[in-house]
Design a binder for this molecule. Structure first.
Ligand code: URA
Length: 195
């Protein structure tokens, strides 16, 4: 399978991605969880990988962490449908383990194409795995969260994963600050100013 620049729409890409069996993760899950949301979203959220509930329903972030993500999105005046939500790996890793760097790298061509077609103005990385797999394998989420990064002219904000926040509620304060910063930049970019 070759996820190159030939796809003209997200639907076309999705059709192909749902058939993907490039790596071993596909053998252990029910199906590929491609992602969902506005195909022209300005803000894109990327988690680590589908869990059991996501695999069951073939939708990203629909379990408990997903409910919190929906609340986080609402807290900055977006609806879930206004943004795009996906994961670094599209197939559920066995026993909900964290995807490896290799697995994220193998799945990256799909995310790259999603990115090319959606063209978000802001990318939000949820948690340590997405941060390491997509930005810097050595980065620590506790150190870099809340700080804008940039890759190919796209502002990237790493922040805590909602599942981590469920286990560590006091960290919600920092997460809220990160979300405010995302909203602040979104408003700035929407008014035509530069990053
Ligand atoms: N955790 C993730 O990283 N992604 C999901 O889709 C659900 C839980």
């Amino acid at each position: 399978m070759n996820f190159n620049n030939s796809y003209e729409s997200l639907e076309e890409l999705k059709e192909e991605a749902l058939k993907c069996n490039v790596c071993h993760l596909r053998e252990g899950c029910k199906g590929v969880v491609f992602g969902e949301g506005d195909p022209k979203a300005d803000v894109m959220f990327v988690g680590e990988g589908p869990g059991a509930r996501e695999d069951e329903l073939q939708r990203p972030f629909v379990g408990r962490a997903g409910q919190l993500l929906t609340d986080m999105i609402s807290s900055i005046d977006f609806k879930r449908e206004d943004v795009y939500i996906t994961n670094a790996v599209k197939c559920r890793p066995p026993n909900n383990r964290t995807p490896t760097l290799k697995e994220m790298e193998t799945c990256l061509p799909i995310l790259r194409q999603q990115f090319r077609l959606i063209k978000p103005k802001i990318l939000v990385l949820l948690g340590s795995a997405a941060l390491k797999g997509l930005l810097d394998p050595k980065a620590k989420i506790t150190k870099v969260r809340g700080i804008w990064h940039e890759k190919k002219d796209i502002p990237i904000m790493p922040t805590y994963h909602p599942a981590f926040l469920l286990r560590n509620p006091p960290k919600k304060k920092e997460s809220w600050e990160d979300l405010q910063e995302i909203k602040r930049l979104y408003d700035k970019l929407s008014s035509g100013e530069e990053f």
